[in-house]
Design a protein around this ligand. Structure first.
Ligand SMILES: [Zn+2]
Length: 321
């Protein structure tokens, strides 16, 4: 069981490390600024505050809640039904299906030369700017399915589509969920990569067993600090229709998540990681579409099919009042 003493101890350690890292960054900065200003003016040496903003904890994140509740399953409440894994009949024992093979789906194996360069820049930027931050908070937990999940403070929500079957019938949806789960295992993920999925009738399903704050598997190098919600179907124009039921459930689910994660949404601007990890930026894109985090800005994935700004326009009136 989780004891209060342990939480306080971990918070204390995180604070100490935070101070140490900030102080170190300050010292480095100070030296650089002294050198670069020497020629301009010996007398008037200005020392800027630390510009390693990547180590700043965004203020909408509730760290106390993170240490207190990471790993808890989010199964809805009296106003919001989330169909849990047992209810949709997840089968952990199927590792093969007829139509999937690893070679077809291993994203890194399929990178073009340009994508390989972009991926390397992304990885370098991540290592330079966010690796230490994540290492400071990282927690792990091994759950009943023997999978060890990683946990980090959540910064934003990413919306996907499954680009699979659009289903409104519960039995069909259950089959489709199992197909997606198998596909993700074949891709080498430990569990279904999304945290939540929504079918055409607006039913909301629990995805990963990891629970609150778990690191999913859904967006290249952007799995840390993000929640993934997948709309079941293909919502590019001319394909499946994004139904009012789905839209309604998406809004309700996001409202519920903002409550559960105790996100501070009093400001509409959030201090988020830049999509290329080159630092942080003030942005109102707390809710993003997968395509906005994709590594190739010129030819991004079409996921989630619907324009992310269109989705934000529908969702924001309900979360920013
Ligand atoms: Zn996606």
């Amino acid at each position: 069981m989780f004891s209060l003493r342990k939480i306080i101890f971990q918070l204390f350690i995180a604070l100490i490390i935070g101070f140490a890292v900030s102080f170190f960054a300050f010292l480095i900065n100070r030296n650089i600024s002294v050198v670069s200003h020497q020629q301009a003016s010996i007398k008037n040496i200005s020392i800027p505050s630390s510009n390693n903003d990547s180590l700043t904890i965004p203020k909408h994140i509730n760290l106390f809640d993170f240490y207190k509740t990471y790993g808890q399953r989010l199964l809805g409440n009296e106003n919001l039904k989330i169909i849990n894994r047992e209810e949709w009949g997840v089968n952990n024992n199927i590792y093969q299906t007829e139509n999937c093979s690893l070679n077809n789906y291993d994203v890194e194996n399929n990178f073009s030369p340009l994508e390989k360069i972009k991926a390397q820049i992304l990885i370098n930027n991540y290592q330079r700017n966010f690796q230490d931050y994540d290492a400071m908070f990282l927690q792990t937990k091994t759950l009943t399915n023997q999978v060890t999940y990683e946990y980090l403070p959540i910064e934003e929500i990413v919306i996907h589509h499954t680009a699979g079957k659009f289903t409104t019938d519960f039995e069909e949806s259950k089959k489709e969920l199992q197909r997606i789960y198998n596909l993700h295992l074949i891709r080498g993920y430990q569990d279904i990569g999304y945290h939540f999925l929504i079918d055409g009738a607006g039913r909301i399903y629990e995805g990963s067993l990891g629970g609150k704050y778990s690191v999913g598997a859904h967006t290249y190098y952007h799995n840390k600090g993000t929640i993934a919600i997948a709309l079941m179907g293909d919502f590019r124009s001319g394909h499946d229709v994004f139904t009012p039921e789905m839209e309604n459930s998406l809004i309700n689910l996001i409202q519920y998540l903002i409550q559960e994660y105790h996100f501070d949404t009093s400001s509409k601007a959030f201090y988020l990681r830049k999509p290329d990890f080159s630092g942080r930026e003030w942005s109102n894109n707390l809710i993003k579409g997968h395509q906005e985090l994709d590594i190739v800005p010129n030819t991004p994935t079409s996921c989630p099919g619907i324009n992310p700004q269109t989705l934000r326009n529908k969702i924001y009136p309900f979360i920013f009042k």
